[in-house]
Design a protein around this ligand. Structure first.
Ligand SMILES: *Cc1c(COP(=O)(O)O)cnc(C)c1O
Length: 369
């Protein structure tokens, strides 16, 4: 029936569309891998590391098995001797906390800025303890947050800065990319990320050759040379050859896919003017619009109204880390993070959304009074 398309709901994501768009190139890349006979640590893995480093303008990229592994390896590689605590934000999905706890480290939180929902130097300063050796800054929702003051503050105290770029790959300010501001950075190639593989993957990024070598060894059993465990705390975390080949197909498309995401968010921002919601802007190259995040003081009512109009929404993220039962952490209160967790929700935002679908979402937003 012709009404079918009107009754369907616009999804938060639809990976099949991107796969269909890239199918010829992806199939060719897979065929190359099969022909090469290399399935782990082969030519695509090496080439992708070099290509991503060149794109980001950094010296070293180490491909690993996931964004969470990348965080754990990066934190371990830069934690100063004698320190065992990671400071981070509680509103970024729990990945840093998962990685730090798995590495046997303590986690403390600083509250985030009202506007950016990211860490600031002042907030980090207020939450520092003597044992903090690493601060992980998440460039949340795609926003390359301004971390220069934070890096200065940390370096003056011998604290290392990790940038989590899993949501912000390709974001840049004055030609400098997310991932090039701290001591080390991480990203994820989970399929729904801005640069997505067709399975799990991640990377660690740094300008420091010694740190890169430490990450490389930690990600490969702590081996110095083959079968010689020279470094404590190693694991196995590798980006496989097929995923590296997929990512080589998609890296050249990243800037245009990010521009499309930004365009979608700017449409939603305009549609939200004069309504009961606000949409966080993604106006410049410093924001790659991983998510289109809106705020509503009556979120569940708003989400129900949007769903009735054919628009699916989600919440990134509903429970701050210090309130997650499984983390078993206690921190008295983080008022900005907690308020945001009750108000934010995400609208459909992926590059393959059609103009017609974007219009449906905009019309639905405009009806929110
Ligand atoms: C997705 C994500 C991660 C984790 O990546 P995985 O590859 O799923 O382990 C880490 N940090 C942030 C901010 C993310 O969005």
């Amino acid at each position: 029936m012709t009404v079918a398309s009107q009754t369907s709901v616009i999804p938060m994501n639809d990976l099949a569309r991107g796969i269909r768009r890239d199918t010829v190139a992806l199939n060719a890349a897979i065929a190359d891998v099969l022909n090469s006979g290399y399935v782990i640590m082969g030519p695509n893995h090496s080439a992708f590391q070099l290509e991503l480093a060149a794109y980001l303008g950094v010296s070293h990229v180490v491909g690993v098995a996931s964004g969470t592994d990348a965080l754990g390896l990066a934190i371990k590689a830069v934690m100063p001797d004698g320190h065992h605590t990671v400071l981070t934000a509680a509103n970024a999905g729990g990945y840093t906390t998962t990685a730090a706890k798995y590495a046997g480290l303590n986690v403390v939180f600083a509250d985030v800025d009202e506007q950016s929902l990211c860490l600031t130097a002042a907030n980090v300063h207020a939450a520092l303890t003597d044992d903090v050796g690493v601060v992980v800054v998440t460039h949340l929702f795609g926003n390359l947050t301004d971390i220069d003051d934070l890096v200065t503050l940390c370096h003056a105290r011998n604290i290392r800065v990790v940038e989590d770029c899993a949501q912000a790959i390709g974001a840049r300010r004055d030609g400098r990319f997310a991932g090039s501001f701290g001591d080390i950075a991480t990203t994820s190639f989970y399929p729904t990320k801005n640069l997505g593989a067709l399975g799990d993957g991640g990377a660690v990024v740094t300008n420091n050759a010694a740190i890169a070598e430490t990450v490389r060894q930690l990600s490969q059993y702590g081996w110095g040379e083959k079968y010689h465990v020279d470094m404590a705390g190693g694991t196995n975390s590798r980006l496989d050859e097929i995923q590296a080949a997929m990512l080589r197909v998609r890296l050249p498309m990243l800037d245009s896919l990010n521009a499309r995401r930004r365009h979608i968010v700017s449409r939603y921002c305009t549609a939200a003017l004069g309504t009961s919601i606000t949409v966080l802007p993604a106006a410049t190259e410093s924001h790659v619009a991983h998510l289109a995040v809106a705020r509503s003081s009556d979120r569940e009512h708003t989400r129900t109204a949007l769903l009735k109009l054919g628009v699916r929404t989600d919440v990134h993220f509903p429970v701050p880390d210090h309130r997650q039962r499984g983390f078993g952490l206690t921190q008295t209160s983080l008022p900005v993070s907690e308020k945001a967790a009750n108000e934010i929700f995400s609208l459909p935002c992926f590059p393959e959304l059609t103009d017609e679908e974007v219009l449906v979402v905009c019309t639905a937003i405009e009806s929110l009074r």
